[in-house]
Design a protein around this ligand. Structure first.
Ligand SMILES: NC(=O)C1=CN([C@@H]2O[C@H](COP(=O)(O)OP(=O)(O)OC[C@H]3O[C@@H](n4cnc5c(N)ncnc54)[C@H](OP(=O)(O)O)[C@@H]3O)[C@@H](O)[C@H]2O)[C@@H](O)CC1
Ligand SMILES: [K+]
Length: 395
């Protein structure tokens, strides 16, 4: 399976490695990327994603790691996209009840001092990465056959699950996909107002209802970010209609339905297959589930493709909540990643050659020296240019 790190992390590492050590090997770079990656995103049965920040492969064991410091950012729990199967036997992380999930959330924001905005950004980024992997997948292209951008509809609810959807929409657009948001009830909290503004600034349409006309856009993926672990009872309007519309689009347009943390309408502790409940008989059947931090109890009844995203648990807290830890291993990168690594190595070599041309001796193990020398070389060239100009002008 593949773990993914965010582009920002990659960029940071590129910048750091370029400045601090030009001989940093691609494999060291990849290991470093894995070790600093703050979240986990998805799993991925499609190891050949061309998304360039996909850096490492993890074993199935990795999906069980709850340690934020050593685990890959996202891990898939099921390994076969075509034959859906239960993940129960594959999962060693334990499941959280709705009450425990809320308590864990509150505790993350007290003892380790995470703020909600921080957690939501990590969660939303992990969601975007999993969605990218699912929608773009093996095809490795962000466009459709007609060269239109692949398009993701994100249906966002009134709480933090909806916030994860808003964050994910922004990242997906930065990843090169088209996004449309349906946000029936806007939160008046300042952070949510900002999230909406950030999406508007990217030109993402924000609608009140799901466009259902046949002539309207076909969505490659639909992200269900309506309800998370604080949902209870039967969905009220306008969300009941939104859920029904998502089911219709999934069935008629063959859009991939991806639920964030909890399939909306499912009982967080008991799942969505309770035949005694009329609504649940019509409830949505997501193709993909992205559990945040840890799967909730209902996930025992989910049989589709399963990712874990946004794992930021310190080990002591993981232990407290019965989340089992295993050692995480980083295996060889995918062939795509190797391509990427090769490109990076070539870039380093190019830089090295350029530096050698520019001066007799450069200590390549010291960034300060390199930049100073480059700066010196540039200033020398500029001085020569000025001298020439002066000679031309004044003889
Ligand atoms: N640590 C983590 O893992 C992190 C988790 N994060 C995310 O937060 C999610 C939990 O967020 P949350 O607590 O805000 O609740 P969530 O489920 O989004 O919705 C509550 C809203 O739904 C409403 N509502 C409820 N029942 C309803 C019904 N039957 N019909 C209609 N409405 C109903 C309810 O309204 P109320 O009943 O209060 O009137 C309220 O407005 C979690 O799943 C994950 O996605 C990340 O962002 C950060 C890190
Ligand atoms: K959801």
């Amino acid at each position: 399976m593949v773990s993914i790190i965010g582009r920002s992390t990659t960029t940071l590492l590129l910048a750091l490695s370029t400045r601090r050590n030009l001989f940093l090997s691609a494999s060291t770079f990849a290991s470093l990327a894995v070790s600093v990656s703050p979240f986990t995103a998805a799993a991925v049965t499609s190891p050949s994603s061309r998304y360039k920040s996909t850096l490492c492969l993890c074993t199935a064991d990795e999906t069980t790691s709850a340690s934020s410091s050593s685990s890959c950012a996202a891990a898939p729990l099921s390994t076969d996209t075509n034959t859906q199967r239960t993940m129960t036997n594959d999962l060693n992380t334990g499941y959280l009840s709705a009450a425990d999930a809320a308590a864990l959330d509150a505790e993350l924001m007290s003892t380790p001092g995470f703020c909600l905005e921080q957690l939501m950004e990590l969660a939303g980024l992990a969601v975007a990465e999993a969605v990218y992997n699912v929608v773009v997948g093996d095809a490795g292209t962000t466009t459709t056959g007609e060269e239109k951008k692949k398009h993701v509809l994100l249906v966002c609810g009134p709480g933090n699950n909806g916030g994860d959807g808003l964050v994910a929409a922004r990242h997906l657009v930065h990843f090169g996909l088209a996004a449309t948001i349906v946000y029936p009830k806007h939160s008046t909290k300042p952070h949510f107002i900002n999230l909406v503004k950030q999406c508007e600034d990217l030109g993402i349409p924000i609608l009140d209802t799901i466009p259902m006309e046949v002539s309207e856009e076909r969505f490659d993926g639909i992200v269900d970010a309506i309800f998370g672990f604080s949902f209870s009872g039967i969905p009220r309007e306008p969300y009941a209609t939104a859920i029904a519309n998502m089911i219709e689009l999934q069935q008629q347009h063959k859009s991939i339905l991806i639920s964030v943390d909890v399939p909306s309408g499912w009982d967080v502790n008991h799942g969505g297959d309770d035949s005694t409940n009329e609504f649940k008989l019509q409830s949505l059947r997501p193709d993909v589930l992205i559990s945040l931090t840890v799967p909730k109890l209902f996930a025992k009844y989910f049989h589709g493709r399963h990712f874990i995203g946004g794992r930021f648990l310190p080990p002591a807290m993981a232990e407290k909540y019965g989340i089992r830890k295993t050692k995480s291993k980083v295996q060889a990168a995918t062939s795509e990643s190797e391509d990427w690594a090769a490109q990076y190595q070539a870039y380093l070599e190019e830089k090295e050659v350029a530096s050698e041309v520019n001066r007799d001796h450069i200590d390549l193990s010291n960034t300060a020296d390199v930049s100073e020398t480059e700066e010196e070389s540039w200033t020398v060239q500029y001085a020569k240019y000025c001298e020439e100009k002066e000679r031309d002008l004044f003889g």
